[in-house]
Design a protein around this ligand. Structure first.
Ligand code: PLP
Length: 403
């Protein structure tokens, strides 16, 4: 009854994990939810003020499809300062979150059968959108190289059909932050093999020292005309529900995006646009600084609790707000003991025995990892991670008595 297209995708793995956590809560269990891809925070005062002022002015009409021109100018200034290159408003589309920016990019760039290189573990929506747009995701393993793709591994996968590469740094789910050399190598490859770079820097505000986030167009200015920058305020301003982000790239792409967006959502929510414009015009970074500090404190607390894990290596958590646990050793021990155990079983055990909801690596194309979000309240994080650590160590005890 439904279109064949519906067989190409299913609900996102992270959304499914959240639903499972909520179902457990509804059945009366005391669950600590580490599945969320967002930071628990109040609104930034400037965002609140901007939104209320817009409502008081009766802002209720359509804006330009690509967003208010003042907002696009303000974003151009922001990107110019971040990349140390001049950007103009006609190179920017304001979108309903980064998800729409990515979807627009896939729809305007891909022909049927075009291949897109996606490092694994990947944020679950990247391959889903490529498939919906008629393309073919091609995956590159990264675990052996601290979750950053090796250039040689990328190069051998480029074929005449390869159209684009997705670069997501800081990375969801692994927390890896790509260094300058890796970015330069990828950009050079894209130039040599005529590829687009989809540069998702949604977590760019959360690189943890000594790691730093670098815009790829600053590292390799020659790659600018083949790069689409994807960003959003979902993470940097803790505004996931407001659905506001942007796509920045060559004017020809942005014009095509305008035509597409005019037939899908039209402009992003007008109140969110005015709120963001007000925030950008205020120029006060104190909210972002405070949010970053909170995330950094949560990271420190989390790493100190997770250091008690017997089998899983300490996650590097270079950026973003996720710990990505590598359960390979635990799963191998289970095999040695001839008991089948996969990472989904570990996630279920954590939910039932520890009362902690996490996301299985299978949602990210990885059969050995577990993602834990540390964007939640500190006290809950503390309790959740202690329970999780105890439960994983018990599992370790069952399967790896040699330790
Ligand atoms: N890109 C990455 C890597 C993400 O993790 C997410 C959300 O989790 C998005 C894009 C989408 O962000 P938004 O809420 O702005 O659509």
């Amino acid at each position: 009854m439904l279109a064949q297209r519906t067989r190409l995708f299913k609900s996102s793995g992270t959304a499914a994990a959240r639903t499972a956590a909520q179902a457990a809560v509804a059945s009366g269990d005391e669950i600590i939810d580490l599945t969320a891809g967002e930071i628990w925070s109040d609104l930034a005062p400037s965002v609140r003020e901007g939104a209320i002022a817009a409502i008081d002015r009766n802002e209720n009409r359509y804006t330009d499809t690509l967003g208010l021109i003042e907002l696009r100018h303000a974003l151009a200034r922001k990107i110019s300062s971040e990349t140390a290159q001049p950007w103009s408003a006609d190179e920017i589309a304001v979108t309903s979150g980064a998800k729409q920016a990515l979807f627009n990019a896939a729809m305007v760039l891909l022909n049927p059968g075009d291949e897109v290189l996606i490092p694994t573990p990947y944020w679950t929506t990247f391959p889903a959108q490529v498939v919906v747009a008629g393309g073919k995701p091609v995956f590159i393993e990264t675990r052996q190289n601290n979750f950053v793709p090796r250039l040689a591994d990328l190069a051998v996968l480029v074929t005449p059909k390869t159209r684009a590469i997705v670069v997501n740094t800081p990375n969801n789910p692994t927390g890896a932050v790509y260094d300058r050399d890796s970015l330069a190598g990828i950009a050079q490859l894209a130039i040599e093999r005529d590829l687009w770079i989809i540069y998702d820097e949604c977590y760019g505000a959360f690189a943890h020292a000594p790691h730093a986030h670098h815009p790829i167009v600053s590292v390799m200015p020659r790659a600018r005309d083949r790069t689409l920058i994807v960003n959003s305020f979902s993470k940097s301003l803790a505004l996931t529900g407001w659905r506001i982000g942007y796509l920045a790239g060559p004017n020809t792409v942005i014009s095509a995006v305008k035509a597409l967006q005019s037939h899908t959502t039209s402009n992003p929510n007008v109140i969110a646009q005015h709120a963001l414009l007000h925030h950008l015009q205020c120029g006060d970074p104190s909210f972002e600084v405070q949010l970053h500090r909170r995330v950094a404190n949560a990271r420190e607390l989390g790493l100190s609790i997770l250091s008690a894990l017997k089998l899983e290596p300490q996650p590097s958590a270079q950026g973003g707000f996720y710990f990505y646990l590598d359960c390979s050793e635990l799963l191998r021990s289970a095999k040695v003991n001839s008991r089948d155990l996969n990472v989904d079983d570990v996630v279920s055990t954590l939910l039932t025995d520890a009362g902690v909801a996490t996301v299985s690596g299978t949602a990210f194309g990885d059969p050995a990892g577990i993602r834990l979000s540390y964007g939640i309240d500190l006290e809950l994080l503390d309790r959740g991670l202690r329970r999780l650590t105890a439960t994983l160590n018990e599992l370790t005890f069952c399967f790896a008595r040699r330790l």
